[in-house]
Ligand binder design. Structure first.
Ligand SMILES: Nc1ncnc2c1ncn2[C@@H]1O[C@H](COP(=O)(O)OP(=O)(O)OP(=O)(O)O)[C@@H](O)[C@H]1O
Length: 769
């Protein structure tokens, strides 16, 4: 009989090995903690922002490195492979008695000895040499002879199991083909009770997931798969992998992760820190714009969601801005030095045409409009006051005309009139102005039907933004050229910085001149000419560089505060929910088009969401995108998956349901609505310490929340439960969800697939499957 994993004779040896590595970690932590204390104690001179920034910088850096070591408390390592030593120059420990085999321990972080040899003690799971741990099978062993799974709880090793994949006999205490050891680890992972936060899956990543995590394609990678197939887990591990592999590039440009709702962002928030990575920007589509708070999409009617998500909005928004570039109904007269000068409708119209012809964004074309108005008014004025009574040429000299133009430009009444005709605008002003006025909507959307126009009107609370408005505000910011205005400001700031920079370089040069002047004297005094002096190795520019004042904000902080930030990589979860307008907003943040999108069109709840990836992506990247599919469901047991498969057959006939890893959970129970409280109580009891999700149609949520919501019972509509999972799901009156919208069955599909153990159906009406 083979030994059970916990009886493995190497348990004690692995514990000893873990203790040794933990000692290395603890020592490094102690050193870093001391450095942190010293840095924090360091007195910074208020008058020298430089010293403050240096101190902040060091504190951030050391704190970040300390964060990496938190893996020690989660489980420093989880696996080991004895593998053919293909790269003998890489110093890793050999398998005792087998010099041709490397013994690689695989962990959440990498560790090596502090000496010159830098021998690898622990291999980061993302390192290329760790990869065979995930990919090796008996059919394709990838050079691996034995793979060991090591389970830990904090600092204690609790189980060890081996698989022999190639070469030699069975290991004395393990399973023959390895599947039991591997599946044991996997089942242990998927069966654990859920809490409010997702956990990393670094010890049990399967081969089809590994390939996506390490995908080298520099375009758009799309990951599609049914509910529970690990799309979110893969996206997060891919983030950690990319941050590790492209550290330098991504630490300057940042990674943006977009998820469907704030609860989801909280749910995934611990995964990257547990893998030693912090500093990514997490956002929902509604929270991407700095300074804008948006309510969930569900706050909009379905028609409004559809209209606001469609590309027709480009025309409507463009027209809304054009409607604010006005022409007066009659002439505006100004008295200048006793002469009446008119800004006629014709002048305004002509100036508007000239400004529009520049094709510059509205705010950046204002200068052109003003110039044109002044030129045209000057011409009219010159024609009238300089006219030769005898019919000859105009009597004004070019200098006189110039003076007239300057006089006009100084007139505040004229400036005000010009501003009113072509005002400086913000995106919020334009959109609120549109939603708040029937006349504005009728004009901007004149070519659209009444239903479209009606859905845009929001007269009582025009600036109460929803997630459907965020892409429109972003689009308007582009049409208005706020980005350009910011650029102009940035250019100005840069010029100022260059001026300061030059003065620092000059100062530094002066310092070097003094230094070299005294050096000549020193040399005259017989100093060895071979000794390098400061002025030999640094020039003035370098010296100034050292003193340069930099922002102490991290990349993530700067990126989150900047609407126009170009992220190095963008990840979108539940990408099927994005409307055509939302895609434009997201792609704007990814000028290099290096993205990972995960989603499942069968789960689309938004009427403006994705029907097929090609349609959504090709306008932006043509064919530079690759599709990967995940096929195994790690979440729902097979009885619940059967229900899901029946709904899927309605939603997406012909689409195959994912294979189910788990046979059984706690089962399916049914209650009438009069016994709702009892149903929730039973689910809580069954979930034990785990989480219960009560999912219902939006109209029921508030009352249910008041009656049943607790720390471990989360009440939500389907939108709010997207991407989440619960040990037990209580689904209230499913038919209400199905009938709630044209995407109702998709919503129901999402709702039933949130459960990891059991599903309780509370209903009086027949279930719709
Ligand atoms: N290789 C794995 N090892 C252990 N657990 C895994 C593995 N892959 C996925 N899981 C677990 O399966 C569950 C579902 O994963 P995840 O939430 O990433 O799926 P999803 O495809 O994003 O689902 P949905 O589309 O329904 O939101 C999570 O608890 C995740 O940790």
């Amino acid at each position: 009989m083979s030994a059970t994993p916990t009886e493995h004779p190497d348990l004690a040896a692995e514990q000893e090995h873990l203790d040794d590595l933990l000692a290395v970690v603890d020592e490094a932590r102690e050193r870093l903690t001391e450095r942190l204390r010293t840095a924090q104690r360091r007195r910074a001179d208020i008058d020298q922002p430089q010293t403050l920034l240096e101190r902040d910088h060091e504190t951030h850096e050391v704190a970040g490195r300390l964060d990496e070591f938190s893996a020690a408390e989660i489980g420093l390592f989880f696996g080991r492979i004895d593998v053919d030593d293909d790269e003998p120059e890489n110093p890793v420990t050999d398998v005792p008695g087998e010099p041709a085999l490397d013994r690689r321990y695989i962990g959440r972080i990498g560790l090596h000895t502090a000496d010159d040899e830098m021998r690898t003690l622990l291999m980061d799971w993302r390192a290329p040499l760790a990869r065979p741990f995930y990919l090796a099978t008996t059919l394709h062993p990838e050079g691996v002879h034995v793979r060991r799974h090591i389970r830990t709880r904090g600092r204690t090793v609790t189980a060890v199991a081996d698989e022999r994949l190639s070469g030699g006999d069975l290991p004395p205490h393990g399973e023959h083909d390895g599947s039991v050891a591997r599946e044991g680890a996997l089942l242990h992972a998927v069966n654990r009770a859920r809490d409010r936060h997702m956990h990393d899956i670094v010890d049990t990543i399967v081969a089809e997931q590994d390939r996506i995590i390490r995908e080298e394609h520099r375009g758009v990678t799309v990951v599609q798969g049914g509910p529970g197939t690990g799309k979110t887990a893969v996206a997060l591990h891919r983030t950690a992998y990319l941050l590790y592999t492209w550290r330098e590039q991504l630490s300057n440009t940042g990674v943006l992760i977009i998820g469907p709702n704030p609860r989801f962002l909280d749910y995934i928030s611990q995964v990257l820190p547990s893998l030693g990575e912090t500093g990514v920007v997490l956002a929902t589509p509604g929270s991407l714009l700095p300074g804008v708070t948006a309510r969930p999409l569900g706050a909009e009617s379905l028609t409004a969601q559809e209209v606001k998500g469609s590309l027709e909005m480009l025309e409507i928004l463009g027209q809304a801005v054009r409607d604010l570039q006005t022409v007066p109904e009659s002439s505006l007269d100004f008295l200048i030095d006793g002469v009446t000068v008119s800004l006629t409708p014709q002048i305004a119209r002509q100036a508007r045409t000239r400004a529009r012809r520049t094709r510059r964004p509205h705010n950046l074309a204002r200068g052109r409009f003003r110039d044109a108005v002044l030129d045209l008014m000057r011409d009219a004025m010159a024609d009238s006051i300089g006219a030769d009574p005898l019919g000859g040429e105009n009597l004004l000299t070019p200098a006189d005309r110039e003076q007239l133009r300057a006089d006009l430009a100084e007139e505040s009444d004229v400036a005000e009139a010009v501003d009113a005709l072509w005002p400086e605008l913000t995106a919020e002003e334009v959109l609120a102005g549109l939603y708040g006025s029937r006349q504005a909507v009728d004009s901007a959307a004149a070519d659209y039907d009444e239903l479209t126009r009606e859905s845009l009107l929001r007269e009582d609370r025009p600036d109460d933004w929803t997630e459907a408005d965020a892409p429109l505000l972003d689009e308007l910011a582009e049409i208005l050229g706020i980005a350009g205005a910011e650029e102009a400001e940035a250019e100005e700031a840069e010029a100022e910085e260059r001026r300061r920079w030059q003065s620092q370089v000059d100062e530094a040069q002066e310092a070097l001149d003094i230094l070299s002047g005294s050096a000549y004297q020193d040399l005259d005094d017989g100093t060895d000419a071979e000794i390098l002096m400061a002025y030999d190795v640094i020039d003035a520019e370098q010296l100034a560089e050292r003193q340069r004042v930099r922002s102490s904000m991290s990349t993530a902080e700067r990126a989150a505060a900047d609407r126009t930030w170009a992220f190095g990589h963008v990840i979108v979860d539940e990408a099927q929910e994005l409307s055509a307008m939302a895609w434009r907003m997201i792609f704007r943040r990814s000028p290099n088009r290096w993205m990972t999108l995960v989603g499942d069109p069968a789960q689309t709840g938004s009427p403006a969401g994705v029907e097929d990836w090609a349609g959504a992506l090709e306008p932006f990247v043509k064919d530079r995108w690759r599709l990967h599919e995940l096929t195994v469901n790690y979440r729902t047991p097979s009885d619940i998956s059967d229900i899901a498969a029946r709904i899927l057959a309605e939603v997406s006939p012909g689409q195959e349901a994912p294979a189910c890893l788990r046979e059984t959970g706690s089962g399916i129970r049914e209650f009438p609505t009069t016994e709702l409280a009892e149903a929730v109580a039973r689910a809580r009891e069954t979930a034990d310490d785990g989480l219960v999700g009560v999912i219902a149609a939006p109209e029921r949520v508030t009352a249910l929340q008041q009656a049943h919501g607790t720390d471990t019972v989360l009440v939500s509509d389907v939108n709010g439960a997207k991407g989440l999972e619960f040990d037990e799901v209580v689904l209230v009156e499913p038919v209400e969800i199905a009938d709630g919208s044209p995407q109702g069955l998709n919503d129901l599909y999402v709702a039933v697939t949130r459960a990891t153990q059991g599903l309780t159906l509370v209903h009086d009406l027949p279930v719709p499957w």
